[in-house]
Design a protein around this ligand. Structure first.
Ligand code: OAD
Length: 235
C-alpha cells in the first residue's frame, strides 16, 4: 500500500517550535511580507537573514517528539508498504529520527541556496548566513526557503508521491497555504484520509472517508498508528 504523511508546523509544536497561525504563532510576532516573501528579501536582506538565523539557532536546541519518532518507526517497520513524508516544515526533526523519503515542500533550514538558482543548494548545518556569504556561482547565499511569491519546485515530486495513495495522513497543518494544501483535493476518492490536529473540526469537510482526531500530535499519534495498522491489515 502507499501511505503518505502530510505534515505542518503543528507536528513540531510540542518540540517547542512555534506554529505560524495559532495565537502566539510566528506570524503574530513577525510580518510575513517582511521576512518570508521575495519582496521582503529584496527590501531588507539583513532582516530576512536574522529571522532565519534565529530559527536555525533554535532548531539546534529542540528535539524530535513522540510523533516524529513514531512516524519514523512506522516507516522503518513497514518496508512492505511505500511510506512517504511530504512536509511543509523546514526543520530536520524527522531526519533526526532516521526517517527517509521526505519531501520538504517549503525548503530546509539547514541548507542555503543561490540567489539565482532555487535548486542550487548547499548544506550549512546550523550556521548563520551573513551578508557577503556567497554561493559558488557568485550570488549572495540565501536561506533555502520557499518564500511567498515564489514557485514551489517540489510540488511535482509531491503530486507524484500522492498518485495512487491509499492512506493520506494529515498532521498539524491549517491547510491555509497553497499550492501545498491542494494535495488534499487531488487524492483518489478511494483514498482514506486521517487528520490529526487539535482544531480539526474547523477544517473543511471535503468528502467521505475522512477520520478526524482532535488531539495534539503527541497525544493523538498512537491512535493514528493504530488506525494505519488496521487499514493496512484490512487490505
Ligand atoms: P499553521 O501555523 O498555519 O497551522 C498550524 C496547525 O497546527 C493548525 O491547524 C493548528 O491547529 C495545528 N496545531 C497546533 N498545535 C498542534 C499540536 N501540538 N499538534 C498538532 N497540531 C497542532 O502552519 P502550517 O499549516 O504548517 O510557509 O503553515 C503552512 C506554511 O505557512 C508554512 O510551511 C510556512 C507558513 O507561512 C512558509 O514560511 C513558506
Amino acid at each position: 500500500m502507499k501511505i503518505v504523511f502530510f505534515t505542518g508546523a503543528g507536528v513540531s509544536a510540542e518540540s517547542g517550535i512555534k506554529t505560524f497561525r495559532d495565537s502566539n504563532g510566528l506570524w503574530e510576532e513577525f510580518k510575513i511580507e517582511e521576512v518570508a516573501s521575495i519582496d521582503g528579501w529584496k527590501n531588507d536582506r539583513e532582516k530576512v537573514l536574522a529571522f532565519y538565523n534565529a530559527r536555525r539557532k533554535q532548531l539546534l536546541t529542540v528535539q524530535p517528539n513522540k510523533a516524529h519518532k513514531e512516524i519514523a518507526n512506522f516507516q522503518s517497520e513497514n518496508l512492505q508498504h511505500k511510506v512517504v513524508m511530504i512536509t511543509q516544515n523546514v526543520d530536520d526533526l524527522f531526519e533526526r529520527c532516521g526517517m527517509e523519503k521526505i519531501i520538504h515542500l517549503h525548503g530546509e533550514l539547514t541548507k542555503g541556496q543561490s540567489s539565482m538558482c532555487p535548486t542550487c543548494t548547499v548544506d550549512i548545518g546550523y550556521n548563520d548566513i551573513k551578508i557577503g556569504d556567497k554561493h559558488e556561482d557568485g550570488s549572495q547565499l540565501r536561506p533555502h526557503i520557499v518564500w511567498f511569491g515564489e514557485a514551489v519546485p517540489k510540488m511535482i515530486d509531491a503530486y507524484k508521491a500522492i498518485d495512487d495513495c491509499d492512506i493520506f495522513v494529515v498532521i498539524g497543518t491549517s491547510l491555509n497555504v497553497y499550492p501545498a494544501a491542494d494535495l488534499l483535493y487531488q487524492l483518489d476518492l478511494k483514498c482514506k484520509i486521517i487528520i490529526l490536529d487539535p482544531n480539526v473540526n474547523e477544517l473543511v469537510n471535503i468528502r467521505p472517508n475522512i477520520y478526524k482526531i482532535a488531539k495534539t500530535a503527541v497525544n493523538g499519534i498512537d491512535e493514528v498508528i493504530k488506525m494505519l495498522y488496521e487499514f493496512t491489515q484490512e487490505n
